[in-house]
Ligand binder design. Structure first.
Ligand code: CA
Ligand code: ZN
Length: 310
């Protein structure tokens, strides 16, 4: 693949992990603040394509790979890794899967799993001869080594992982709590487009390239991922149920805002109750992921700063 013009560090799509783990050997070591390009496989590790549709031969031990990990010098447990998504480019064909036993409707479907393929070109995904979508590329799996035991790359958590959050797109900045020296960042599982919830268990799964800048932030405390883009500030949380995940995202947001806004906890709660939205990331993975989203305009009115000001 050579989709993004970039002369710096590159991790090829044969450096793959299937679990986020403190024990993973780095594929690459960089300095804080450097950019790195990751080549990513689709969530089926590119095993399926319209030219050789061999669903029955799909090796399920090789799904949801993430490219990496990247060791960022200076990152220590207790720090935060800031991930700026500078650019995303996609391959030219997406794979979509659903069927019996998977996703929200899987118990009503029969005859195993089915796939279909969709061409992606000129920012368009061709669904059929009636419907085409403008693509909205996003990264499904992105994160760092977790605290404690390894977590497979199909499962989201406080370390990130398979969050399937449609806001993880070009231009977004993510913050992850660092639990291992070097943070051990990895990403994969891109989607050309995905609806919030990902109810059928897949988006438009597609390979591609991601250019990120990775920066260690000291003196910032977070328990779960935070995402900031041009418009919004959001907290992301995963749990056994959507209720728990949503509650965690809301509580995390209020805890982050309390020391950063000149308002009481009650005033912050009232403000958010008027203006912030609880939204679904995905409802089909082993843990479910929700986000809580507030417009930056509201926060900027109070000169809100998320990162510690040096
Ligand atoms: Ca995913
Ligand atoms: Zn995916």
């Amino acid at each position: 693949m050579n989709l993004i013009q970039f002369d710096g560090a590159r991790v090829k799509n044969d450096s793959l992990i299937y679990e986020f783990s403190q024990d993973n050997k780095p594929a690459l070591t960089i300095k804080s603040g450097e950019e790195v390009l990751l080549e990513t496989c689709d969530c089926f590790e590119d095993q399926l394509s319209s030219e050789h549709d061999e669903l029955d031969k799909l090796d399920w031990d090789h799904v949801n790979p993430a490219t990496g990990p990247v060791y960022v010098e200076g990152a220590e447990p207790g720090d935060v890794l800031k991930v700026e998504i500078l650019k995303i480019e996609l391959a030219d064909e997406a794979t979509i899967m659903t069927g019996e036993g998977v996703g929200v409707y899987g118990e009503k479907l029969s005859d195993g799993l089915s796939v279909r393929y969709a061409k992606v070109h000129d920012n368009i995904l061709e669904w059929d001869d009636k419907v085409a979508f403008e693509i909205d590329p996003m990264i499904g799996v992105i994160g760092v080594a977790p605290a404690g035991d390894p977590v497979n790359t199909g499962t989201p958590g406080s370390h990130g992982g398979n969050m399937d959050n449609t806001m993880v797109r070009e231009g977004a900045t993510l913050y992850f709590p660092v639990s291992a020296p070097g943070a051990l960042f990895a990403a994969g599982d891109m989607h050309a487009i995905m609806g919030d919830g990902e109810i059928g268990v897949s988006g438009a799964e597609i390979a591609g390239e991601i250019l990120v800048r990775l920066t260690v932030v000291k003196g910032l405390e977070i328990s779960d991922p935070v995402l900031i883009d041009q418009d919004d500030f959001s907290t992301i949380a995963s749990a056994d149920t959507m209720d728990e995940a949503a509650k965690k995202a809301v509580i995390n947001m209020i805890e982050l805002l309390k020391p950063r806004l000149p308002l009481s906890a009650k005033d912050i709660t009232m403000l958010l109750s008027l203006a912030a939205d609880v939204e679904v990331c995905q409802m089909v993975d082993p843990q479910l992921t929700m986000r809580y989203v507030i417009s930056r305009d509201v926060l900027d009115a109070y000169d809100f700063e998320f990162e510690p000001q040096l």
